[in-house]
Design a protein around this ligand. Structure first.
Ligand SMILES: NC(=O)c1ccc[n+]([C@@H]2O[C@H](COP(=O)([O-])OP(=O)(O)OC[C@H]3O[C@@H](n4cnc5c(N)ncnc54)[C@H](OP(=O)(O)O)[C@@H]3O)[C@@H](O)[C@H]2O)c1
Length: 283
C-alpha cells in the first residue's frame, strides 16, 4: 500500500480503500460532521459508521458537504443489535440509507453475532437477517456485505443457509491482539479482516515497547500501530476527532516495519486488553 486511496479487493471484486476513518464515540452533529469532513479533506476515502453510533446522519451530511463525488467514497455501516429478522432488517437498512443521504452503502455488516435480546435463537435470527442482506446486495443497494465480531462457530452457523459468503469480518485487532483463530478461519473463506480499535481505544500510547519501536523508526506510536495493521494485511479503522491526529494517522506510507518488529508488536499479548466475548455481551 502506498497511499490512502490504495485499495484491498474484496472477494466480489469491489475495491475498498486501505484505511477507514472510525467514528465510534464521535458525537452526532458538529463533532461528527467536522471530523468526517476533515478526514475527507486530508484524503481518507473510507468512513466506518454504524447504526449504534447514532451519527449516520452526520456522516451523510459530511459526505455531501465535502463536494467529493459519492462514488469516490466508501461508506460502511452496521446493523444494530436490537434489529434482527428479514423485514426488520430491510426496513432498518432503508432507514440507514436515508440518514446517510445515499441510495446505496458500499458495505453493511451485522455488528454483533449474538445480541442479548436474541440469545435464545441467534442462529435463526442471523439467518433471516442475512437473507435480507443478500436481497439488498442483489439489488445493488449494498455493494458488499459482511459481519463483525463473528467467531468461527457464528460463521459456520451463518453458512448453513447463506448463499453469499460475507466479504468482510471486522474484529478487534491491535498490538497484542491478533485473534489468529478468527482471522485464519475468516480468511480461509475469502474474507478481508478489518481491524477495529487499531490504537486500542487510545491505550497503546501507554505501552513502553510501542514507544521503543516508535523511537526506532522516528514515527509516532499511532503511525507504528496503523502501519503494523497494514503489514499484517488488515484494514485499520483509526478514529480521531482531532485534525492533527487524523492527518498523522494517514501518514504511514513512507516507512516499513521490519518483520521482527511486526512480530514483536503481535506478541505484546494483552497490552491493551482483549475484545469482548460475543456470546457474553450484555448488549
Ligand atoms: N465493529 C465493532 O464492534 C467496533 C468496535 C469498536 C470500534 N469499531 C470501529 O473502529 C474504529 C476505531 O476504534 P476505536 O474508536 O475503538 O479506537 P481507536 O481508533 O483504537 O482509538 C481512538 C482513540 O485514540 C485517540 N487517538 C487517535 N489518533 C491518535 C493519535 N495519533 N495520537 C494520540 N491519540 C490518538 C483518539 O482520540 P481523539 O479522538 O480524542 O483524537 C481516541 O481516544 C471505531 O471508531 C469504529 O469505527 C468497531
Amino acid at each position: 500500500m502506498k497511499s490512502l486511496t490504495d485499495t484491498y479487493k474484496l472477494s466480489n471484486g469491489v475495491k475498498i480503500p486501505c484505511i477507514g476513518f472510525g467514528t465510534w464515540q464521535v458525537e452526532d452533529g458538529k463533532e461528527a460532521v467536522n471530523s468526517v469532513k476533515s478526514a475527507l479533506e486530508i484524503g481518507y476515502r473510507h468512513i466506518d459508521t454504524a447504526q449504534g453510533y447514532e451519527n449516520e446522519g452526520s456522516v451523510g451530511t459530511a459526505v455531501k458537504q465535502s463536494g467529493i463525488d459519492r462514488k469516490e467514497i466508501f461508506i460502511t455501516s452496521k446493523l444494530t443489535n436490537t434489529v434482527r429478522g428479514y423485514q426488520q432488517t430491510l426496513d432498518s437498512i432503508e432507514e440507514s440509507l436515508n440518514k446517510l443521504q445515499t441510495d446505496y452503502a458500499d458495505l453493511f455488516l451485522i455488528h454483533w453475532p449474538n445480541p442479548i435480546g436474541f440469545r435464545q435463537n441467534w442462529e435463526e435470527m442471523n439467518a433471516e437477517t442475512w437473507r435480507a442482506f443478500e436481497e439488498l446486495y442483489r439489488q445493488n443497494r449494498l455493494r458488499a456485505i459482511g459481519i463483525s465480531n463473528f467467531h468461527p462457530h457464528h460463521i459456520a452457523a451463518l453458512m448453513k443457509t447463506a448463499t453469499v459468503v460475507p466479504m468482510v469480518n471486522q474484529i478487534r485487532l491491535c498490538p497484542g491482539e491478533t485473534q489468529d483463530e478468527v482471522v485464519n478461519y475468516s480468511r480461509a473463506q475469502g474474507m478481508l479482516m478489518e481491524a477495529y480499535s487499531p490504537l486500542g481505544v487510545g491505550k497503546i500510547f501507554e505501552v513502553p515497547q510501542m514507544k521503543e519501536v516508535s523511537n526506532k523508526y522516528g514515527k509516532t506510536i499511532a503511525q507504528i500501530a496503523i502501519r503494523w495493521s497494514l503489514q499484517r494485511g488488515y484494514l485499520p479503522l483509526p478514529k480521531s476527532v482531532t485534525y492533527e491526529r487524523i492527518k498523522e494517522n494517514a501518514d504511514v506510507f513512507d516507512f516499513k516495519l521490519e518483520e521482527e518488529d511486526v512480530q514483536l508488536i503481535a506478541d505484546l499479548k494483552g497490552c491493551v486488553g482483549y475484545s469482548d466475548d460475543p456470546d457474553k455481551t450484555t448488549w
